[in-house]
Design a protein around this ligand. Structure first.
Ligand SMILES: Cc1cc2nc3c(=O)[nH]c(=O)nc-3n(C[C@H](O)[C@H](O)[C@H](O)COP(=O)(O)O)c2cc1C
Length: 421
């Protein structure tokens, strides 16, 4: 299923765009429509609103009652600038029919209405279906516009030759068949590297990453080998899928992924404080950080001197179980994923026990007895456990493991939606 943004411009063939929407929704795509003011003379908003099941936007300043969401998707939690939010969420932008006027404006980079502004702001593939009088189509001005747009990577479908919409007119300029326009949109989606799934749009994802450090004195600490790579990969993938992502990073020295809100912490107590503050606003928690189970009961304020000591006994105390504490205050609709770093045999049993004891939706288990995966390595190999499934993800880069974990999160959330009365 794709999210198709459809721009409709002023021409008699605008009525055929209604059929295009009907075919697209029947094929399982979600469609939102922008209309130019001129197009309203040909087909009214009510028709497109009826067939898409979503509001139609014409003027840039009018608020979008759906806050930029496509039918079937969760709206964002803020009130966005409507045209930019919809554009950001679309997988493909189709303008059908595309008038000579709009083609010229697009070639010139004009942004004077919703349809043209969206075309400039859009990074998804652009599919244009021109329709006009044959002399308008063959005019050098129109042909130059089309050449420019083709050079920039737009797909142009049609126009066909034949009887034109205006009575008695014949020639090249007839809108391509709606089924052919839909097929062009679908193949533009499949062009390598063009399709960016936006399956987590509107969701707020909280990720913890890295390993906490518990001070022994002013310079020494008790820590662990977690680099934060897995958590950062999860944050990057969730952001790529359209989520609003916050990453609580415990001693992570990696580059922040684009668009991710980053909160630095050092100790388990700091991580707990940050997580408690962020968790109520999150829809999904991915608890990938390695939080120390114990910390020195008393941290010295200066540096403990070596001089005159045979050794150093450190008394420790348990830290708070952050994931367990968050699970206790979870609200309906939140999805909680824990990570279990288990050593050798029996890991699966212990991970399942963690899933049940902490009331989690999923646990991602990795075997830290292996040197080639897990802590500080590029790759990971995990088993994802849920209440009903157990999926092995063979050794692969952490970015791909992150994608598998988020696929599972999406599956869990879709199941919950289906179970709602
Ligand atoms: C009855 C009628 C039919 C029209 N049909 C077309 C058409 O098929 N293609 C086109 O490019 N312009 C057509 N026009 C002209 C456009 O409506 C006009 O250029 C308008 O400014 C387009 O604005 P827009 O591109 O912002 O929608 C038609 C005009 C009228 C009055």
């Amino acid at each position: 299923m794709a999210r198709i943004l459809l721009g409709v411009t002023g021409g008699i063939a605008a009525y055929k765009a209604v059929e295009l929407v009907r075919l697209a929704t029947k094929a399982g795509h979600a469609v939102r429509v922008f209309q130019t003011p001129a197009s309203l003379h040909f087909v009214g908003k009510a028709t497109f609103e009826g067939v898409t099941g979503a509001p139609v936007l014409v003027h840039e300043l009018e608020p979008d009652p759906s806050r930029g969401a496509f039918p079937g998707a969760e709206p964002p939690h803020h009130d966005p600038i409507s045209h930019l939010e919809l554009v950001r969420r679309s997988d493909v932008y189709v303008i059908a029919p595309a008038s000579a006027n709009t083609l010229a404006k697009l070639a010139g980079g004009h942004a004077d209405n919703m349809v043209t502004t969206a075309a400039l702001a859009c990074t998804a593939p652009l599919v244009l279906a021109p329709a006009m009088n044959n002399h308008m189509w063959t005019h050098p001005a129109t042909q130059t516009s089309v050449e420019t747009l083709l050079r920039r990577g737009a797909t142009v479908i049609g126009p066909d030759a034949g009887e034109l919409a205006s009575r008695g007119e014949w020639g090249a300029g007839r809108l391509a068949e709606p089924a052919a326009i839909l097929a062009a949109a679908e193949s533009a989606l499949e062009a390598p590297g063009r399709f960016r799934p936006r399956s987590l749009d509107g969701l707020r994802v909280l990720v913890t990453a890295g390993g906490t450090r518990e001070p022994i004195d002013a310079v020494r600490y008790v820590g662990n080998r977690s680099s934060g790579r897995m958590g950062v990969a999860l944050a990057a993938e969730a952001s790529r899928r359209g989520a609003e992502v916050t990453l609580i990073a415990a001693n992570v020295s990696l580059d922040p992924p684009e668009g991710v809100r980053w909160i630095d912490v050092e100790t388990a107590a700091e991580l707990e404080r940050a997580a408690r503050a962020e968790f109520p606003g999150a829809d999904v928690l991915l608890m990938a950080a390695a939080v120390s189970d114990f910390r020195p009961a008393e941290a010295g304020s200066g540096k403990i001197e070596k001089h005159g000591r045979e050794g150093l006994a450190i008394e420790t105390e348990a830290t708070v179980d952050v994931l367990g504490a968050l699970s206790e205050i979870r609200r309906p609709g939140q999805t909680l994923v824990g990570f279990a770093a288990e050593h050798g045999e029996g890991g699966l049993v212990r991970a399942r026990e963690k899933l049940e004891r902490k009331g989690l939706d999923a646990v991602v288990l990795n075997d830290i007895s292996r040197a080639d995966i897990g802590f500080d390595s590029r790759d990971n190999e995990v088993t994802i456990l849920t209440g009903v499934r157990e999926a092995s993800v063979p050794r692969r880069p952490k970015s791909e493991v992150a994608a598998a974990v988020l696929d599972e999160v999406e599956a869990l959330r879709a199941e919950k939606v289906r179970l709602r009365p």
